[in-house]
Design a protein around this ligand. Structure first.
Ligand code: NAD
Ligand code: DAU
Length: 342
C-alpha cells in the first residue's frame, strides 16, 4: 500500500542514503524531505531524487512549528522519520547551543505536531553515543538497549535528551514511536569533516591526516545501506515504544582505518599526523545487535572490506561532489535550483 514518508535531514549523509533506498524499494511511496540545509545539508546530494515525481523537497527547520505543521497538514504523512540533527561531536564542543535547539527542541516540536495531527508513526534516529563509551581492555563488553544512558559530549547528551523525550511521550501520551541507536556509519555522501571521508580526501591531496590522541579509539563501523535496511524493518513493524541497537560487530581503531585508507590509495603512512585529542573523547563503542536480529531478522550484509572499497571508489568517482563542499559552492545549489521559484 502506498504511504507518504517524511524524512527530516534527508539532505545529509544517512538521510539522503535513506531517501534513495526508499524511492528504489517502494516506487509507489511519496517521500517528502524536510531539511534546513545547514552546513551539513547539500541539496545536490538529492539531485537524482529531485527528478522523481514521488519526491518533494521542503527547506524547513524542524524547530519551525508553523512551517512544519502547515506542511504535515497538507501532506498527511503516514510515517515521520527524524534524521535531522547537528551530528558532529567536535562542533558540539565549540557550539553546544544549536545541538540543544535542533536535537532536543526540534524533536519535541516534531512530536508535538505529530500528536496534534494524529500522525500514526514517528521514528527517531539516534546513536550508540548515548551510552557513553566502553573501556579498551574489556572487549567482552557491548552496549545493549538496557545499558544506562551516560553521554559524554554535548552532542551525545542532546541525542540522549531527545531519546528520553521520545520515550516519555510514548509512556505519557501513548505516542506511536520507535528509536534506533546505530553505531558509526560510512559510505557515499558522508560529509568530508568526518573521519573516513576526511582521511580519503586528505590522502588524495597528499595533505596531513590528523589523528586525534593516540589513534587507539575504537568505533563499530556499519555500511550506511545496512543502517537504512534496519530502519526500513523497524518502521514497517507494528511494535511501538521499542528501542533497537544497530551495529555490525565491526570494531576498528582509528589508526587502523587511516592506515587502511592510505594503503588502498597507495599513499605513505608518513602523512599520518598525531594531533591534540578531542575533549572527553570516547574510547570505544561496540553494539550488541541481538534484539534487532532476533525480533526483526536484521543482520549487516556488507562486509567492511567490501564497504570501504566501495566507499573509496565512490569518493574517487565523485570528486565534484566533495570538491564543491570543500570550496563552499554547494551552499549555492539551493539558490540555483529554487531561486526565483519561491
Ligand atoms: P548529517 O550531519 O550528515 O546530516 C544532518 C542533516 O540534518 C543535514 O542535511 C542538515 O541540513 C539537517 N539539519 C540539521 N539541523 C536541522 C534543522 N534544525 N532542521 C532541519 N534539518 C536540519 O548527519 P548524519 O550523519 O546523516 O546523521 C543523521 C542522523 O543519524 C542524526 O540524527 C545522527 O545523530 C544519527 N546518527 C549518525 C551516525 C553517523 O555515523 N553519522 C550514526 C548513528 C546515528
Ligand atoms: O557512533 C555514532 C556517531 O558516529 C554518530 O552519532 C555521530 O553523528 C557521527 O559523527 C559519529 O561520531 P564520531 O565522533 O565517532 O565520528 P567522527 O567521524 O567525528 O570521528 C570518528 C573517530 O575518529 C573519533 O574517535 C574521532 C576520530 N577523529 C575524527 C576526526 C574528524 C580523528 O582522529 N581525526 C579527525 O580529524
Amino acid at each position: 500500500m502506498s504511504k507518504t514518508l517524511v524524512i527530516t535531514g534527508g539532505a545529509g549523509f544517512i538521510g539522503s542514503n535513506f531517501v534513495y533506498y526508499i524511492l528504489k524499494k517502494y516506487p509507489d511511496y511519496c517521500v517528502v524531505c524536510v531539511d534546513a540545509l545547514t552546513y551539513a545539508g547539500n541539496l545536490s546530494t538529492l539531485k537524482e531524487a529531485l527528478k522523481n515525481p514521488n519526491f518533494r523537497f521542503e527547506k524547513l527547520n524542524i524547530c519551525d512549528y508553523a512551517g512544519v505543521k502547515n506542511l504535515f497538514e497538507e501532506i498527511k504523512p503516514d510515517i515521520v522519520i527524524n534524521f535531522a540533527a547537528e551530528s558532529h561531536v567536535d562542533r558540539s564542543i565549540t557550539t553546544p547551543g544549536i545541538f540543544v535547539d535542533t536535537n532536543i527542541k526540534g524533536t519535541q516540536n516534531l512530536m508535538d505536531i505529530c500528536r496534534e495531527l494524529e500522525i500514526p508513526r514517528f521514528h527517531q534516529v539516534s546513536t550508540d553515543e548515548v551510552y557513553g563509551d566502553l573501556p579498551l581492555d574489556r572487549p567482552d563488553l557491548f552496549f545493549t538497549e538496557n545499558t544506562p544512558i551516560h553521554a559524554s559530549s554535548p552532542y551525545s547528551a542532546s541525542k540522549a535528551g531527545a531519546d528520553l523525550l521520545v520515550l516519555a511521550y510514548c509512556r505519557t501520551f501513548n505516542f506511536p514511536a520507535t528509536i534506533s541507536r546505530c553505531s558509526n556509519n560510512y559510505g557515499p555522501f558522508h560529509f568530508p569533516e568526518k573521519l573516513i571521508p576526511l582521511m580519503i580526501t586528505h590522502a588524495l591531496a597528499d595533505e596531513p591526516l590528523p589523528v586525534y590522541g593516540d589513534g587507539k579509539n575504537v568505533r563499530d563501523w556499519l555500511y550506511v545501506e545496512d543502517h537504512c535496511k534496519a530502519i526500513d524493518l523497524i518502521i514497517h513493524d507494528d511494535r511501538l515504544g521499542e528501542v533497537y541497537n544497530v551495529g555490525g560487530h565491526n570494531e576498528m581503531s582509528n589508526l587502523d582505518i587511516v592506515k587502511l585508507i592510505l594503503q588502498k590509495l597507495n599513499k605513505p603512512e608518513s602523512l599520518i599526523t598525531f594531533v591534540e585529542d578531542r575533549k572527553g573523547h570516547d574510547r570505544r563503542y561496540a553494539i550488541d545487535p541481538t534484539k534487532i536480529h532476533d525480533t526483526l531478522g536484521w543482520s549487516p550484509e556488507t562486509k567492511f572490506k567490501d564497504g570501504i572499497e566501495t566507499t573509496i571508489d565512490w569518493y574517487l568517482s565523485h570528486e565534484d561532489w566533495w570538491r564543491e563542499i570543500l570550496s563552499g559552492n554547494y551552499q549555492n545549489y539551493y539558490e540555483k535550483m529554487y531561486g526565483g521559484k519561491i
